[in-house]
Design a protein around this ligand. Structure first.
Ligand code: NAP
Length: 490
């Protein structure tokens, strides 16, 4: 398999919050990998920016350390020439989003307007407005510059609208890249290729043939050091409103006329707007308990430091997409922390065959299309075949692996991580895999009444065992409709 690296134009990428956690874990290592792949033109520069005073060399050391920690495999066993060459592209400016410090210096660095300018807001969302305003007042918010903003994009509809309005004062929608890194995952794009590049699936992709759809994002970690932040947010705001809804959109949307930013995002928006309001009995919320059997993790309330916290670390939702394609097919979403295994998977469960010619003994066999995002990204289709050997017509379900590793070469094609792809899309000016402002607002419009209902009723999440699959209410959501969750497998 030949790796095809599409060259990009010379660019300057400024990372506000360059010294922070996200920059160290994802942005700098991602850029390094793209550099090694030959995608960064010789003139490209990466400029870290944060309040801390430090000479350029110190920031280069910070970047090198981050790359060694989070992209060690990319450095390889060589003499480190690649890393040294990458560090040569790295600059640093001490800047304050809320003051004048550093802005003249940045303005000077960005004076060559023939280069692509991208500004990554890897800082707290409360600084997004300040940064946008400063970029404009220092002449950096020109027609072609781009800004990248991270989640959380608001905490409800009102704050998301305010944030959109603030950014819109300085930048056009076509210049704003709202990241949801799930959209940058290889398998998520493969899902679109499988759906819209084959004749096989689309005719069956509706409530006549699909019994139900499950989307699971399970984490084994707890809230860790983010307790204070997480407790103000919870699984609904932190995961469902963005990542799970984006996955649901890609599964449920109509085929866009073309794979272009607005064609795709228009179709996703229609899905969100078609979501039914969710009644309380279609939701299960939970909080994890303390670790067991030598695992000394604290329980959720201890971890967040509030013995009366009503925030959920787990949520399962049954929802419906009310349109012609999906009326009658439930979508079950669940996500939680401290679960038994780390696994993100979308499962499309097809209906039973209308009549079994093999008799009742053959049992029920359903085709299941499983799109696995992590770990072990890949797509499998469960098909029913005859169990080999003598003994009559015994049926068995086997997975048809569509990960294409064999067809595409020993390494299954080049592995590109979500952040690498998304940052390069920003430089290329391709917004297809980024959320549009109206999508984000529509997602909050669906989420808000659910959260408001919990607050009004004083709902308290049910405890669940650490290392389990969540509270029993979650199983009941499916059981009472004769269904069950897929096993959460590592
Ligand atoms: P972080 O570790 O707290 O880093 C914050 C960065 O902002 C630091 O570099 C800090 O450096 C800089 N900063 C703070 N105040 C500033 C100011 N007034 N002017 C200029 N720079 C300032 O945060 P993070 O975890 O990297 O998160 C960054 C953003 O990404 C947040 O919006 C977060 O919600 C989002 N996000 C993070 C993750 C993740 O995995 N970390 C995942 C998804 C989304 P100084 O203190 O030196 O200024």
């Amino acid at each position: 398999m030949v790796s095809r690296v599409i060259p990009v134009e010379p660019f300057d990428l400024v990372i506000f919050g360059g010294t922070g956690d996200l920059s160290r874990r994802k942005i700098l290592p991602g850029l390094f990998k793209r550099f090694l792949a030959g995608q960064m033109p010789p003139e490209a520069r990466v400029i870290g920016a944060a309040r801390s005073e430090m000479p350029r060399e110190e920031f280069q050391d910070l970047a090198a350390e981050a790359i060694r920690e989070f992209a060690e495999e990319a450095i390889g066993d060589g003499d480190g020439d690649g890393l040294a060459a990458f560090l040569d592209r790295i600059h640093y400016i001490s800047i304050d989003a809320r003051g004048e410090k550093g802005w003249n210096e940045l303005q000077d660095m960005m004076s060559d307007k023939s280069r692509i300018e991208a500004y990554y807001f890897s800082v707290a969302p409360s600084l997004f407005g300040d940064l946008a305003e400063k970029l404009q007042s220092y002449g950096m918010a020109d027609d072609e510059s781009r800004i990248v903003v991270e989640k959380p994009f608001g905490r409800d509809l009102e704050s998301a609208r305010e944030l959109n309005a603030t950014l819109a004062r300085y930048f056009d929608e076509r210049q704003i890249y709202r990241i949801d890194h799930y959209l940058g995952k290889e398998t998520v794009q493969n899902l679109m290729a499988v759906r819209f590049g084959n004749m096989l699936f689309e005719p069956l992709w509706n409530s006549q043939y699909v019994d139900h759809i499950q989307i699971t994002v399970a984490e084994t970690v707890g809230v860790g050091g983010r307790g204070e932040y997480y407790d103000k947010s919870g699984a609904m705001r932190d995961m469902v409103q963005n990542h799970l809804m984006q996955l649901l959109c890609l599964i449920a949307m109509e085929p866009p006329a073309r794979f272009s930013p607005d064609a795709v995002r228009d179709e996703k928006l229609k899905v969100i707007r078609a979501l039914d309001p969710v009644p309380p009995h279609h939701i299960a919320r939970g909080q994890y308990g303390e670790g067991q059997n030598g695992d000394d993790h604290p329980d959720y309330r201890t971890a967040v430091g509030d013995p009366r916290s009503k925030t959920e670390s787990f949520i399962a939702i049954r929802t419906m997409v009310s349109n012609w394609r999906w009326a009658g097919t439930p979508f079950y979403l669940r996500t939680g922390k401290r679960m038994g295994a780390r696994s993100s998977e979308i499962t499309v469960v097809f209906k039973d065959t209308p009549h079994s010619i093999f008799g009742e003994d053959a049992g029920s066999h359903r085709n299941v299309l499983s799109i696995r995002l992590q770990p072990n990204e890949g797509i499998t289709l469960g098909v029913t075949i005859k169990e080999p050997g003598p003994g009559g017509m015994r049926l068995v379900d086997v997975p048809l692996d569509m990960t294409f590793a064999d067809a595409l070469g020993p390494d299954g094609g080049e592995q590109v991580e979500a952040y690498e792809r998304l940052i390069m899309d920003v430089i290329r000016g391709n917004q297809t895999l980024f959320m549009r402002g109206d999508e984000v607002e529509a997602a909050w419009a669906w989420t808000d009444p659910i959260i408001e209902g919990w607050i009004k009723r004083g709902d308290v999440p049910k405890p669940y065992e650490s290392g389990s699959t969540g509270p029993t209410d979650s199983d009941q959501l499916l059981k009472r409709e004769g269904r069950e969750w897929r096993k959460i497998a590592p």
